[in-house]
Ligand binder design. Structure first.
Ligand code: ADP
Length: 492
């Protein structure tokens, strides 16, 4: 164990790091729709390396059953109260790559869809909340901290502290991590009262009421012992109305308990020197392979095969959040004036997809898009492009910029959330940096940042220095796990 943790334990009069149970709607590789699953699936393994027992509790979704049914061990069964009903709960245990996962089984609530949407989703996760809290005393594990994630598990702290006095749940500490503040779990209070038996005294602005609705996320933010989000800058931003989606009041009130921890990326999956998706592998000392990847990418995408032209790329969901409207605003200006190539791998908003299809027609051989989702192609893009454009309106953490840097592709980002915390902008006086950035959500600022990148592209010694420092940056998950371990310790 690291000396720092030994000292922290001594200060607290303990000999062991705390036992933690992570509660989440999804957990990679078992079930995944987004980055939340990656964090929950990676964190326990990284914590284990620090000597910590962290386990996961997640629904036994159909996708998990289909693949892992013969590997799970049945533990126990009980019935949970949900409104006037008693609902079956089966607790199964799965040991996977050094990680212990408890699966909450109920065929009715956890079938084909991880998220059912609307009112059905609310009931699905109200059930999960109740099942988790009722299961805790009978697990073969004594957690001291319950680490909840997003609104789906945000009611666990509130119910744990208001409905389980005298039980084994009393004294548990709760951490709530915000991965996406836009989704909050809102409904009429009668629904929460019906499903979870919440007392009407909690339906006030001090507790879970917001804008005339009961709000699961707000309930969690009020009752959790600590709150964190996935980057320090985003933890600051969500205290402001522009980013907070209505929750700025409670987040300001609890700012002393709010912090940010950057997610990491999987350094094994994203590794240019061992990536099977690339025609040629490379590392920071041998960048010839990167040039060959660029030629392969240009060929695959129907771009002119030219080593001397800067290739800008985007790998993204095409939504409002990702700032594609800024790109759409300046792309023609740039394409008409500069000798450059641009490509996009993404899918989402139809008007952005159509914009790209039309632009492709105007700039044949210099601009192209792959509208869709392709993991193997994304690896080739990260390796073959020179610059990754990521002008997000907001970005809680962002993984693409970290992956790009690992492949020596320099990110061009707006200074927001995790982008601000991971990209060190190029300083023309010292030569330092690992990417480029701009401050305001403004298309002309993006254009200027792309032009600065093109200037650097023409100066090989500057470009090589930036690529080297991008590839040397450490975005592995071990660093995040240490910060979580520190946070857990502070909670005790
Ligand atoms: P978000 O989770 O908000 O979409 P992140 O940057 O945190 O953004 O993570 C996005 C992840 O999804 C990255 O690993 C990126 O490579 C991947 N991704 C996004 N769009 C595509 C796509 N069209 N094809 C393949 N991978 C994609």
């Amino acid at each position: 164990m690291k000396k720092e943790f030994r000292d922290l334990l001594k200060e607290r009069g303990r000999s062991e790091l705390p036992a933690v149970l992570l509660a989440s709607a999804e957990c990679a590789p078992l079930s995944k729709t987004g980055g939340l699953a990656d964090v929950v699936g990676t964190l326990p393994k990284a914590l284990k390396k620090l000597g910590m027992d962290a386990r996961v509790i997640t629904p036994y979704h159909r996708v998990i059953k289909d693949k892992y049914a013969d590997k799970v061990e049945h533990m126990f069964t009980f019935y949970a109260r949900l409104g006037w009903r008693s609902e079956y709960v089966g607790i199964e245990k799965l040991v996977l790559d050094d990680m212990i996962v408890y699966l909450v089984d109920n065929e009715h609530y956890f079938g084909d869809k991880i998220y059912r949407g609307g009112d059905a989703e609310l009931e699905q996760y109200a059930f999960f909340t109740r099942a988790v809290l009722d299961a805790i005393p009978n697990l073969d594990f004594r957690p001291e901290i319950i680490h909840c994630n997003d609104w789906h598990t945000a009611m666990i702290p509130m119910l744990g502290k208001t409905q389980y006095q005298g039980g084994m749940q009393e004294g548990l500490k709760y951490l709530l991590t915000i991965h996406n503040i836009a989704f909050q779990g809102k409904c009429g209070f009668d629904r929460v009262q019906d499903l979870l038996g919440v007392d009407s005294r909690y339906y006030t602005p001090e507790f879970m009421e917001l804008d005339g609705c009961a709000n699961f996320m707000k309930g969690g933010l009020v009752f959790a012992d600590r709150i964190n989000t996935v980057s320090p800058s985003y933890a600051e931003e969500i205290k402001m109305p522009y980013y907070a989606e209505g929750l700025q009041g409670i987040l300001n009130a609890r700012s002393a308990q709010l912090s940010g921890i950057i997610n990491g990326i999987d350094k094994v999956v994203f590794n240019p020197s061992h990536d099977d998706n690339l025609p040629v592998r490379y590392d920071k000392g041998h960048l010839k392979g990167k040039a060959l990847c660029k030629a392969a990418l240009q060929e695959k995408m129907g771009l002119d095969i030219r080593p001397d032209v800067p290739l800008f790329a985007m790998v993204t969901r095409m939504t409002e959040q990702k700032g594609f409207d800024l790109v759409a605003c300046v792309l023609d200006d740039l394409m008409n004036r500069e000798d450059m190539q641009f490509m996009l791998l993404g899918t989402g908003d139809e008007r952005f997809e159509n914009f790209m299809r039309a632009a492709e027609y105007r700039y044949r051989g210099r601009l192209c898009s792959f509208i869709g989702y392709s993991e193997p192609l994304s690896h080739l893009v990260y390796a073959g492009a020179d610059f990754l454009v990521m002008p997000s309106r907001f970005e809680p953490c962002g993984l693409s910029q970290m992956i790009a840097m690992r492949y020596g592709t320099l990110p061009i980002v707006r200074e927001t959330g995790g982008l601000k915390d991971t990209v060190l902008p190029y300083n023309q006086f010292t030569g330092e940096g690992n990417g480029f950035s701009f401050a305001n959500y403004d298309a002309w600022e993006l254009r200027d940042a792309m032009r600065t990148a093109m200037d650097c592209y023409r100066k090989p010694e500057v470009m090589n220095g930036l690529i080297r420092s991008a590839m040397e940056a450490d975005f592995g998950f071990d660093r995040s796990a240490e910060e979580y371990a520190r946070l857990y310790l502070w909670m005790l």
